[in-house]
Structure formats: C-alpha cells, structure tokens
Write a protein that binds this ligand. Structure first.
Ligand code: HEM
Length: 202
C-alpha cells in the first residue's frame, strides 16, 4: 500500500494543523515506507512488531494526555489517549510489554506548550492513517474488539474526530517562538517513531 500525502496549502492560507502537515510530509513518508516495507501487515508476526512500535510511541506521549494545561485546550483529551487500547491489543496477542528506556514525556517533567502541541498533532494525526491500517489488520483476522482495538475509528467517525482536534489545535494562541517549537515538536515526534522502527523492526 502506498499513499500520497498532499501539501494542504489552500489559497496561500494555512491553519497550524495544515502547516504542521506540510512541514512533516517527508518524515511521515519515511515512517510510512518503513512500516509498509517491513510488511507489517502481511503477517501476524509483522503486526506484532508494529504493535510494539505503537506501544513505544503512545507511551512517549501518554503524559501529554494527562497534562492539565493541554486538557484545558482540548476538553476531550483524556478520552483520546490510546495507550490502554494498545496494551489491550498486545494482551490479546500474548505480547509482553517491552522493557525500554524512559518515555519522551513524564508527568513531572515540564514541557513547553509549543513542543507539546507538535507531538500531540502527530499522535492524533496518526488516527488518519489508522483507518487504512485497520483494513489491513482485518485481513489478518484482527478487529475492533481483538488485537486491533487501537486502530478502531472514534464513535463519531475519524474525520469529525480529527476536525474537532485540529479546530482546538488551531485555536491555541502561540507566540512566534512557540509556533516554531510546535513545528520542531512535530518533527521530533516523527523522528522518535522512526527511531523506534529502526531499533525494533528487523
Ligand atoms: C506510527 C506511525 C504513523 C504516524 C505517527 C503517522 C502520523 C500521521 C499524521 C500526523 C497524519 C495527519 C496528517 C494531516 O495533518 O492531515 C497522518 C495522516 C495519514 N497517514 Fe499517517 N502516520 C503513521 C503511519 C502511517 C502509515 C504506516 C500509513 C500507511 C498507509 C499512513 C498513512 C496516512 C494517510 C493516508 C494519512 C492521511 C493523509 C492525508 O490526509 O493526506 N500513516 N499520519
């Protein structure tokens, strides 16, 4: 499966979400290629490796979903966290949780708002690709209630779920410096996913 991630510029005007999308096209394509070229969805063994990557990345960002400041900006933030669903998927397949280095964020380490928004954009945006990956997982016999729970769409549907997130993301006032941090954060989040892939997928 391949995809084209299109540059979302419309009439020269871009929302923050669209700017982040444009800035991360090359790194997103890299992650996409790595995951698909290792045939993650061709065999259950490949899917198990993919789940490990998902675990590591969602563990990285889990603390952001509990951040009081971010919860103020995104009222439904707690319900968006997919860590518990990733863990349930791993349990369905009898996978042990990997012993690993510290997550990127922890509850007691302060993170600046711009950086946090950039990472959150990547974590939430990955739901968009999940719609495709869910179809592939179904071919392996997995489902929304067994081993592919974290790829299941939100109740209201993936597009409205994403629009609600990007509207809230766009509404957070940021200084120019914080705006730059958001872009750096989004790039760092993709780099982190790529590093997990490089370290954990043969
Ligand atoms: C953990 C790995 C991944 C992360 C972190 C990730 C991240 C993202 C992000 C942030 C977006 C939102 C783009 C926007 O702003 O609209 C997105 C969309 C998308 N992703 Fe991924 N992605 C991942 C894996 C994949 C894979 C493996 C595929 C393979 C098919 C894929 C396909 C897509 C597609 C088709 C979209 C929609 C693109 C569009 O609207 O133009 N993603 N992903």
């Amino acid at each position: 499966m391949t995809m084209t991630i299109t540059d979302p510029t419309e009439n020269g005007i871009r929302s923050r979400a669209k700017r982040l999308k444009a800035a991360t096209i090359p790194v997103h394509e890299g992650v996409d290629r790595s995951i698909m070229s290792t045939a993650s969805f061709a065999t259950l063994g490949g899917y198990r490796q993919f789940l490990r990557i998902q675990y590591l990345f969602h563990r990285d960002v889990e603390a952001l979903y509990a951040d009081t400041r971010l919860r103020g900006a995104f009222p439904d933030l707690a319900g968006r966290c997919r860590m518990a669903r990733v863990i349930a998927d791993m349990e369905d397949l009898g996978l042990d949780l990997p012993a690993t280095e510290a997550p990127a964020f922890t509850l007691d380490t302060p993170v600046d708002l711009g950086t946090a928004l950039g990472w959150l954009y990547v974590a939430e945006g990955s739901n968009m690709g999940a719609a495709l990956l869910r179809k592939e997982a179904q071919k392996l016999g997995l489902s929304d209630t067994f081993a592919a729970r974290h790829l299941a769409p939100a109740e209201e549907g993936p597009a409205p779920h994403w629009r609600a997130f990007t509207a809230a993301l766009d509404a957070v006032p940021l200084s120019e410096a914080e705006e730059a941090k958001a872009e750096e954060g989004a790039l760092a989040a993709f780099a982190r996913v790529q590093a997990h892939i490089d370290a954990h997928i043969a």
